[in-house]
Design a protein around this ligand. Sequence first.
Ligand code: PLP
Length: 244
Amino acid sequence: MMEKSSTEQARRFDDIKANYYEICENIEKAAAESGRSANDITFLAATKTVEPEFINYAVSLGLKYIGENKVQEMLTKYDEYDLDNSQLHFIGHLQTNKVRQIVGKVSMIQSVDSLKLAQEISKQSLKNNVATDILLEVNVGREENKSGVLEENLEEILEKISVLEGLRIRGLMSVPPICDSKQEIFKFFDKMYKLFIDISSKKSDNIYMDYLSMGMSDDYMEAILSGANMIRVGSGLFGARIYR
Ligand SMILES: *Cc1c(COP(=O)(O)O)cnc(C)c1O
């Protein structure tokens, strides 16, 4: 890797700082508009491809949640995260055979999309004597190439997962399709909110609908307006991703 000049690095820190405060302001605005306060919204930074020094800088500004997408990348960066001041979530597609590598290291797995995966999280959590919080990922746009549970299967899978030990269902997560218009994205966010409320209202044992995680850099304000209480922002905070 090329040495970065210190001015380039300083500029990146400045950008992250400006972005961080702007996002916080926007969260406050959108929260207020939906009758809530910024404290009701969890701001998680999606940190894929971002070096720990920049992640930790955002944490020093007040960021409290970070989310990684890839097991290998997360493990490589793991020792460098400032986890005294932040919580680590896993937000990417997770293969069952990699669960044991992250259980005990992450406080939440947001991308649970099958019973089999939940069973493995349960097994590994019990083995490690921890309880892992999970969100069920919903494929709200019914996209072939995307993971996530289809809405018609959600209740059945939630019920089966809810009896597993070593994990706690804490809510729903979604990555809606890329949309051309705000109107279109609202349709998906509103559908997610409805599912979230429907499940909450059933008050089933061991199913806690505390979090509705949706909204990314381009649409987190719309997500909040639709009822999201956790957003996942990457490039809007750290700048465009550079894949190496
Ligand atoms: C990358 C990623 C994000 C953030 O995307 P941006 O558009 O960069 O804000 C959010 N959620 C998941 C699951 C991601 O993989």
